[in-house]
Write a protein that binds this ligand. Sequence first.
Ligand code: ZN
Length: 486
Amino acid sequence: MTAYDDLMAYQRQTEALGQVAGRLGWDQETMMPEGAAEQRAEEMAAMEAVLHARRTDGRIGDWLGQIDDKSLGEVEAANIRLIRRDYERNLRVPGDLAEALAGLASRAQRTWAQARASEDVGAYLPVLEEMVRLKREQASALADGGDLYDALLDDFEPKTSGAEVARIFDAMRPRLVALRDKVMGSAQPAPLDGEFDEQKQMRLARKLSKLFGYDMRHGRLDKAVHPFSSGSGLDVRITTRTAPRDPFNCLYSTIHETGHAAYEQNIAPEHLLTPLGQGVSLGVHESQSRIYENQLGRSRAFTGYLFGQMKDAFGDFGVADEETFFRIVNRLDKGHIRTEADEVQYNLHVMLRFDLERDVIAGKLEVTDLEEAWNARFEKDFGYAVDKPSNGLLQDVHWSVGLWGYFPTYSLGNVYAGCLFEALKLARPQLEDELAAGDLSGATGWLREAVQMHGGLMKPRDLIARASGQAPSEGPLLAYLDEKFG
Ligand code: ZN
């Protein structure tokens, strides 16, 4: 056994335990009896403690020191690069700070949920201030003299800086605002009206999920309050939700999560339970879910197919034809909620959060002024006021659980999806005919080869550049949105 083999055997056990911890989380959101919550919190904390101890174990440093990087092939080198990166990051953060952050995250999430239910920002601010204090401490430990926000962003999207994100957003904002105003200024179709049987919604969701390539032998679809995807390799599970008057919520959440799950399922089997056996970054992950959901799922061609499927499932539901159906699926609304936003306005919601959180981490904006700053910015960007905190500062869970530097990865995912879709269309001239027939295999097969199978082998931007044949930029996404909505 060489040092590399010893390290990888150790790492494999850590990865396996990480999957177990993830499955506890899945169970908590889907199957767990209500009365088990307290015990589950202790079980999950115990798993986290075991994982943290393994990830900072001194033997990792010893093995890394014994490995001669020059003797490694491409896969081995990528494994070592990721293990070293995680090990060094974990060692930089003092154990008591990591523990304090984990403890505060679960307390803050409960406080946030109560504050949101009672529309009480004041009850939330003290715990949020404490979170910001700890996150800035963590960022200082990680940044090693560099930019604090970049250090946090690096956790989710390695090798991307706040300045680079700001440059992309500055280029996108005026184009998106102009497009939004143009669409809003013209006549839009009325939303769906009527009741849609929830069991039938789930049946159709299951069918769509398989159509988009989700392998049910290695996965399952359940209901949860918030849709998510969980797990890697041979066991990747997704959830969705149903609302009787809004079938699109169920169907498009399912397609979105199928994109995340297909990415994990399609990683080459040789990477199973190694550092390469997971999606390479949140931005790349979101590029897969968004291209499944939007560029493919909300395309004119595919909505034509879906219109027929919905008529089969629900009978006549009051929409005259395919063209009207396409426009209903893609209508723009005057809403406050990021997760419900359409393709044109979604990134404006992300930009608002990015600018505010960057200022908070830089110490330029106090937590006590955050709500006022949010509301002023929202009115400026969207042209109407925030009517209640649950439609403003209290709408997202992220900041309460310590996810600072996370929001921009949603928009980077959209930007990457734009690049990939441009390349996909060039590679498959027959794409529209396939989508119109409900045949996703060509598109998802291309994404599997170009992106998904590689797992963590390449760095995120290199992967997108190689797959799309160009350095990632906002240009293709903006051109796609202009063509579709303009
Ligand atoms: Zn997603």
